[in-house]
Design a protein around this ligand. Structure first.
Ligand SMILES: C[S@@+](CC[C@H](N)C(=O)[O-])C[C@H]1O[C@@H](n2cnc3c(N)ncnc32)[C@H](O)[C@@H]1O
Length: 251
């Protein structure tokens, strides 16, 4: 049985290897995920200008760049991967907004200040955590009272369904949670966590958040004939949401 710290270590090495494959993103829009509505459509973050914002799992820094270009006063980015943090540092280097980076697992973030942030955001990163309870309590502690957390993650139903032989089928149970070690995810070992939607909601409530909005909308296009065997495809998005987006605030 893998221990949590071993999983974090495997994922750190994995993300250091695959980081280049994830060097993407745009500062024109804030993309919550493939086939998901954008921040420009949803307006979940509210006022960015003059805000102090934390990004959990900041990857190559494009969301930080997006926030800086919209007038954030101060930004912090946390990520496990040295290679992602190094890229993110370059991406934000000439923006004129102070950005503090912490290279650390989100399960235990040394140096993260208490009651400091107006907002926290996390795009397709939070679900990597091996300890959702600890991660959410770290974020909760770091937010000011009333501070907002907005995160997106692969929809837990999407994660367990695959397209095969022109049909969607369950590749694993939705109700049995837990981790799965993949020996060659994009060519490297990685450990993924499977959680139900209710687990995310209940853990947010346990951490002291009030949920404002849950979004499961899917932006499929009837004229899209792209390859339906891709993990994210129009055919799949037509039947199940690709992405779960939750907005909540600290009380
Ligand atoms: C799919 S990428 C998303 C990056 C970025 N938010 C974006 O939208 O491009 C997931 C990120 O989560 C980071 N990550 C994975 N597990 C983590 C953990 N336990 N603690 C902190 N970061 C983690 C990875 O290094 C990677 O940069």
């Amino acid at each position: 049985m893998l221990e949590q710290r071993e999983m974090i270590q495997i994922n750190k090495s994995g993300w250091d290897k695959v980081a280049d494959q994830f060097f993407e993103g745009s500062f024109d829009i804030l993309d919550y995920g493939d086939y998901a509505p954008t921040e420009e459509e949803l307006h979940l973050l509210g006022q960015i200008e003059d805000s102090i914002i934390l990004e959990v799992g900041c990857g190559s820094g494009h969301t930080l760049e997006y926030l800086a270009k919209r007038g954030a006063r101060e930004l912090w980015g946390v990520d496990l991967s040295s290679s992602q943090i190094n890229t993110a540092k370059e991406v934000v280097s000439n923006l004129g907004t102070p950005v503090t980076f912490i290279e650390s697992p989100m399960e235990d973030i040394p140096g993260l200040p208490d009651s400091y942030f107006d907002k926290a955001v996390s795009i397709y990163a939070l679900g990597w955590t091996v300890n959702l309870q600890k991660t959410l309590s770290n974020i909760h502690r770091s937010l000011k009272l009333g501070g907002t957390l907005v995160f997106s993650w692969e929809h837990p139903v999407h994660s367990v369904v695959e397209y095969a032989n022109e049909q969607l089928r369950f590749r694993r149970s939705y109700v049995i949670e837990g981790f799965e070690k993949h020996d060659s995810w994009r060519g490297t070992p990685i450990v993924m966590q499977y959680r139900k939607v209710s687990t995310f909601i209940n853990e947010l409530i346990n951490a002291g958040f009030v949920i404002d909005k849950i979004i499961e909308d899917s932006t499929f296009d009837d004229n899209d004939t792209s390859n339906s065997s891709e993990w994210y495809s129009n055919a799949k998005a037509r039947m199940i949401p690709s992405t779960l987006i939750i907005k909540c605030h600290k009380v």
